[in-house]
Design a binder for this molecule. Sequence first.
Ligand code: ADP
Ligand code: MG
Length: 569
Amino acid sequence: MTTGKINVSVENIFPLIKKFLYSDHEIFLRELVSNATDATLKLKHLTSIGEANVEYGNPVIEVKIDKEGKKIHVIDQGLGMTAEEVEKYINQVAFSGAEEFLEKYKESAKDSGIIGHFGLGFYSAFMVAEKVEIITKSYKDEPAVRWMCDGSPEFTLEPAEKTDRGTEIILHVAEDSLEFLDESKILSLLNKYNKFMPVPIKFGTKKHTLPKAEDAPEDAKAEEVETDNIINNPNPAWTKQPAELNDDDYKNFYRELYPMQFEEPLFNIHLNVDYPFNLTGILYFPKLGADLQIQKDKIQLYQNQVFVTDNVEGIVPEFLTMLKGVIDSPDIPLNVSRSYLQADGNVKKISNYITRKVSDKLKSLFTENREDFEQKWNDIKVVLEYGMLSEPKFYEKAGAFTLYPTVDGKYFTLEELKENLKEKHTDKDGKLVLLYAGNKDAQHSYIAAAAEKGYEVLLLDSPIISHLIQKLESDNSDITFVRVDSDHIDNLIKKEDTAISKLSDEEKETLKTIVEGVVPQPAYTVQLEPLDSHAAPFLITQPEFMRRMKEMSQTGGGMFGMGNMPEMY
Ligand code: ADP
Ligand code: MG
């Protein structure tokens, strides 16, 4: 047996680790399973390049709880460690064996999926354990060793019994962390962090009933078998090439990601880039129903198939945080603050790449099957409109596929509107007047009046539409949006209004006084000349300007509670 001192300059680093290293104690399991995965992937790599002459087999990582003994075991069949390696990798805090491995096998190992790199993960075990044991046997022909440390800088290292290759980490759970001996707790952690890790992870067993054999007698008992309970899918859809996957695969993966979500996604976007940064993933456009605000199933961020967070703020452009799905990138520096993250060049590139992929996908959906795209419009418009307002790069591209529906169910792009409506909708200043309704029911008599005259009326009913209108008008000096019940409609309609009033001048005066008496001024104006025979004897209109000011002050706080709208006025 040898004893020695762990090589750190601080006299007692463990209290520090316990308090400050990670804010979340639960990540200890993620770190230990990551190390077990790394050990397995390293062995896989070494056998594949002929450097390790052992059978790789079908290694499994096992997580076990020993309630009575108050222990958690994490067991792998990876490459193991010799006594010398334990001294080197474990006793040197903040020395990463993962990084060293990647450095040594540079080219050949760059796609090996090795996870670790700070050399601190292992010590997170002390956040929940008062004593940690490592029993390990290297794939090299050397005796097994046992390392033990009780949270002081003293450790012991001695020969051990283990005969099979690999490493077993045993956590002697501390009194203040006994919750981690609960099976459902561990299972929920495994589901959260390890659900898509690349090596199978066993947690307990499960029972199946085998289907009865064809020729089995009626009263034969169904046979029960017990098999390993593998909690993860080592080959999730996003790690595959888009060409290998069909529509059903994408839908199935969506269900795998969000087992409680029954609504199918509208479409997906497969992300796959390895230069100048590495990023894979699948994003889904969900059907945005009335529950716009509820964002329980968020985009999940992974690094090498290890779940990191579902807070993708700063990484995914804000307007796309409404999407669902997975992003996996080892190139996102997550050990830094969020504000630094936003300034990081790589992160900015990633965010731009995602924006571009989303706009490309929307454009191809639009050109390949316009009818289908039109049907989805109602479900995606809010995200797109918000994107146009908040992301200049998206705005540039979105003109090609942004649609403006009419009240009677036709869909036009802005260019099409300009082209198709220019004859009839040009006002006396030469501007194209785009009439729109915000609410079909409330404005139906105005809509009918405009339709009677042969005008197209758009149906623009998103909560942020007034901001978008403002932006479109300031970028297109040749158009003006006019709500169908506003006084501006006069510019268009008055000049051909030929309806003859059925009221005498005296009657008009009386009526006007009565109506004005009950309609708030100056928010509304009362107009007695009926626009056509179907309309009511008088018309109440709202000055366009007053209405817009009011609307924008109501929606000015940003949508989805996601911060502020860009300054536009
Ligand atoms: P990192 O994973 O960032 O390199 P860790 O602190 O998590 O740092 O682990 C330190 C090192 O200890 C690893 O790089 C590896 O060399 C070694 N190690 C930890 N766990 C195992 C294991 N289960 N099997 C083999 N080696 C391991
Ligand atoms: Mg690690």
